[in-house]
Design a protein around this ligand. Structure first.
Ligand code: NAD
Length: 472
């Protein structure tokens, strides 16, 4: 593929930049393709095009916008296999994971296209009427990470455009290809300037957050970057949606059946090689079944194949980039330095590719780095607890509050526990169910605002109240 040159999408055109960089396949460390690094001037052009396009797009009939958002999903569907292969090579995930992500991107376009925000009549009495309605914000800036590059871009693009905004979106410099390819297809569908895709380094993200003509930033990434985004977005009081990091707990109650839940617990923790904001990252297990759960989990983990996603029998891929690979290796070294007990994995033996083996750590102290930090790699601490109040307190003892899960047969108890957890989403006896209709967002430092559902759609709108009276 190295001969394909990807392009920016600005004002409906495929555009090259003076500078470029290479996307790397994390399974082989080989170059995949060159992609453009947008200059500051090109960002200005993209924002100006989006601002011009806003004039017509914001007042178009919602049904026209719905049709075009659906057409974006159709375009991905028509090119599904190309996207799946591109995603495997740039992100590193296995085929099943890539199909799940691309299928999700199609589904989200199709489902969000059915949504709309109705006006609310607050009062209608005699000659007085009070109506609350939703108006688009203007140019929205989208900034996305490298773990689910296309799906998380669509989570922003579909509702932002449907609500009548225009957009400039920047993918992660580690995984720009699927999003740039999507931009090229969108150029054939949308009026010029409605959606602009610009790739570049972190400084491009910073320029977007400071840009005076961008009215809102919808950001998905780490909490530390999210804080910087919030700071620079204050320049013109940009609206913000921040989907940030997590250190999600799972609590296994004493009545859970270790054999039944081991497989689901594994995937809750290690799907996408644990490069998942909502991966279970701390697994609290009641002491009465701790050994059995640990045994079943390790036994299941041994059946899972890690490797190059181009081999269709592979379940788990490498970490996506060298930076994250080095970070997780450093975390493993810290576990070793502290003398922690590894039930599985721990030794990195990759000749090429950023592979970290599935690693399960036996009851480390609560202040270990592998418990306190978001690993964002396949390193899971199992933590023993005696009573449920203690488990809930330890689960909540974190700056994060993205998601959590509770596992047990007594559903009344499980739900009681779930409701005490400080997190935006809590699953009971499963994990990772998302939908265009289900609100998703973090508590505490895991974020600000909501994606998906009509609440998410409303975040791409201003509220306007119109109060009418006739002259007496
Ligand atoms: P990151 O914060 O390093 O980068 C995210 C994006 O921000 C990239 O496009 C990057 O180029 C850009 N960026 C970097 N510096 C910037 C700046 N100063 N201003 C504006 N933009 C800037 O995150 P990442 O490493 O790509 O992704 C991993 C993180 O994302 C993890 O913490 C994970 O939990 C989180 N995440 C959260 C969710 C969620 O929905 N809550 C989903 C996926 C990932």
């Amino acid at each position: 593929m190295t001969n394909i040159r990807f392009a920016l999408s600005i004002d409906g055109q495929n555009v090259q930049a003076e500078e470029s960089a290479w996307a790397i396949n994390p399974a082989t460390e080989q170059k995949i393709a060159e992609f453009p690094l947008a200059s500051r001037q090109q960002l200005d052009e993209a924002v100006a095009a989006a601002k011009r396009a806003f004039v017509g797009w914001s007042v178009a009939n919602i049904s026209d916008r719905q049709e075009l958002v659906k057409a974006l999903g159709d375009a991905i569907l028509e090119n599904k296999e190309e996207f799946v292969q591109l995603l495997i090579s740039e992100q590193g995930k296995g085929r099943a994971g890539a199909e799940w992500e691309i299928g999700g991107a199609i589904y989200w376009c199709h489902e969000i296209a059915k949504q709309s925000l109705e006006e609310e009549v607050v009062k209608r009495e005699g000659d007085e009427e009070i109506v609350t309605r939703y108006t688009p914000i203007g140019v929205v800036g989208g900034i996305t990470p490298w773990n689910f590059p296309l799906l998380l871009a669509i989570w922003k693009i579909a509702p932002a455009l449907l609500a009548g905004n225009t957009m400039v979106l920047k993918p992660s410099p580690f995984t720009p290809l699927c999003t740039l390819r999507f931009g090229e297809l969108a150029n054939k569908i949308l009026p010029p300037g409605v959606l602009n895709i610009v790739s570049g380094g972190n400084e491009l993200g910073q320029w977007m957050t400071e840009h005076p003509d961008i009215g809102k930033i919808s950001f998905t990434g780490s909490t530390s970057t999210g804080k910087r985004v919030m700071q620079s977005a204050s320049v013109n009081l940009k609206r913000l949606t921040l989907e940030l990091g997590g250190n999600d707990p799972a609590i296994v109650l004493p009545d859970a059946d270790p054999k039944t839940i081991a497989k689901d617990l594994f995937w809750a923790s290690f799907a996408n090689s644990a490069q998942f904001c909502v991966a279970c990252k701390r697994l609290y297990i009641h002491e009465s079944i701790y050994d059995e759960v640990a045994r079943e989990l390790v036994a299941y983990a041994k059946t899972v194949k890690m490797g190059n996603g181009e081999d269709s029998s592979v379940d788990l891929g490498p970490l996506q980039n060298k930076m994250q690979y080095d970070k997780v290796k450093d975390l493993l070294q810290d576990c070793k330095d502290r003398g922690l007990n590894f039930l599985l994995g721990g030794d990195v033996e990759s000749a090429s590719g950023y592979f970290i083996p599935v690693t399960i750590i036996d009851n480390p102290p609560d202040d270990s780095r592998c418990v306190v930090e978001e690993a964002f790699g396949p390193v899971l601490p199992l933590l023993k607890y005696k009573d449920i109040d203690e488990a809930v307190a330890r689960a909540n003892d974190t700056e994060f509050g993205l998601a959590a899960s509770v596992w047990g047969k007594d559903l009344t108890l499980a739900e009681k526990v779930a409701r005490r957890i400080e997190a935006g989403t809590v699953w009971i006896n499963h994990a990772h169910q998302f939908s265009p209709a289900i609100a998703f967002g973090g508590h505490k430092t895991s974020g600000l605002g909501i994606e998906n559902s009509l609440h998410g759609l409303a975040e791409y709108s201003n509220m306007q109240t119109v109060l009418r009276k006739s002259h007496a």
